[in-house]
Design a binder for this molecule. Structure first.
Ligand SMILES: *Cc1c(COP(=O)(O)O)cnc(C)c1O
Length: 366
């Protein structure tokens, strides 16, 4: 926490808006929209997954419709495709950015157009706080008339080509889950320049109540709105967002400085058009170059109760998605095999990080 959150939460109690509506929620949305810029509107929701679900729901997907998505992502970034009965197609990452490959998408779109089977939407993921290449993805999606919903759950505070992550595409989603760069304990946001889209999402997120003195429904909706109390936490967290990004970037920079000389070790790249949040510090360990593997490091750290974790297991490798179409060359599989997320908390002290660094170096023999 940044320190001011409890003050905002107290305001929620004073005003008695202990509900999924209220002045703090409105203020949170307005401040975030101003921060993101580009004339966007924001809708506070109960989770990032809920935001993605709503965005997909509004596309009126039908059985057999395809949604193309980064394979290397978190479950919440693709499960909502299943909620809507659509079919995911998983895409590999580009080596130079570790975000979804625009080249693969371009090729697949041209091919799909020829076959008359374009996807209904593309959902690229801003991996570990590194924004995907919107300067390629937005024109591509527009050219083929495919909706672009950017999963910016991990990239609050980051930017690409000078634009804040979470403001692009036809819509973007953000997450304020407890483990994200800023949190409302649990929460999320749907963002779009399209006011009508946000208005529709607000209607659907509050049980689709038609205007009437009684409860009248012509379509079904969801209970997905963010609580005014949680929005209070969000307002406090919003004040420290830029600082959190700086802290995470500093953590990453220290790892790079202290570990890059080790054989086989490299780090998640940052293209020159990108300013990532470095939500997690992700490194790669090639055992063919050194003699050390990712697992050697992970297990050695674990002996000292230091938690690290492999990168996301690509969705096309998950038992749930056995047999699902995958477009790529297995770069994400390689990263899953060789990648490790190091302790990355913004509150990690230099001493604590020094210990992690020392333990990692020890695996290589000092
Ligand atoms: C966290 C996350 C989500 C889901 O957000 P929740 O708020 O946890 O529902 C979606 N996509 C990605 C890439 C995430 O990291």
């Amino acid at each position: 926490m940044g320190g001011t959150e409890q003050g905002y939460v107290a305001k929620a109690f004073e005003s008695n808006f202990i509900a999924p509506l209220g002045p703090l929620l409105t203020e949170f949305e307005e401040r975030f929209a101003e921060y993101l810029g580009d004339g966007v509107h924001c809708l506070g929701l109960s989770s990032g997954s809920a935001a993605l679900h709503l965005a997909l729901h509004m596309l009126d997907l039908e059985q057999g419709d395809e949604v193309w998505v980064s394979s290397m992502t978190f479950a919440g970034g693709c499960f909502p495709i299943l909620y809507e009965g659509a079919t995911p197609v998983f895409f590999d990452l580009a080596r130079e950015s570790w975000t979804v490959s625009p080249d693969l998408l371009e090729e697949a779109l041209a091919d799909a157009a020829k076959r008359g089977k374009l996807p209904k939407a593309i959902v690229p993921t801003d991996l570990y706080g590194m924004g995907c290449d919107l300067s390629r993805l937005e024109p591509l999606a527009a050219q083929y008339g495919v909706k672009l919903i950017v999963d910016a759950a991990e990239s609050a505070g980051a930017s690409v080509h000078g634009r804040k992550c979470g403001s692009g595409g036809d819509a973007s989603i953000l997450s304020f889950n407890g483990n994200k760069i800023i949190t409302t304990s649990g929460g999320g946001m749907l963002v779009s320049r399209d006011q009508a889209l946000i208005d529709r999402a607000r209607f659907l997120s509050t049980q689709a109540r038609d205007p009437a003195p009684h409860y009248e429904h012509s379509v079904y909706g969801f209970n997905y709105r963010l609580s005014n109390v949680c929005a209070g936490i969000g307002l406090g967290q919003f004040e420290v967002l830029d600082r959190r990004v700086e802290q995470r970037r500093a953590v990453f920079a220290r790892y790079v400085e202290a570990l890059s000389d080790l054989p086989g070790v490299s780090f998640m790249p940052e293209p020159n058009w990108s300013h990532g949040s470095r939500w997690l510090s992700a490194m790669r360990v090639d055992p063919a170059v050194g003699v050390v593997s990712r697992e050697d490091i992970r297990l050695a750290l674990l002996e000292y109760q230091i938690e690290s974790r492999p990168l996301w297991k690509p969705m096309h490798m998950q038992p749930l998605f056995d047999g699902t179409r995958y477009v790529g060359e297995g770069f994400d599989e390689l990263l899953f095999d060789q990648g490790l997320c190091l302790p990355s908390g913004s509150d990690m002290t230099a001493e604590e990080q020094g210990e992690v660094i020392e333990r990692v170096r020890a695996v290589f023999g000092g």
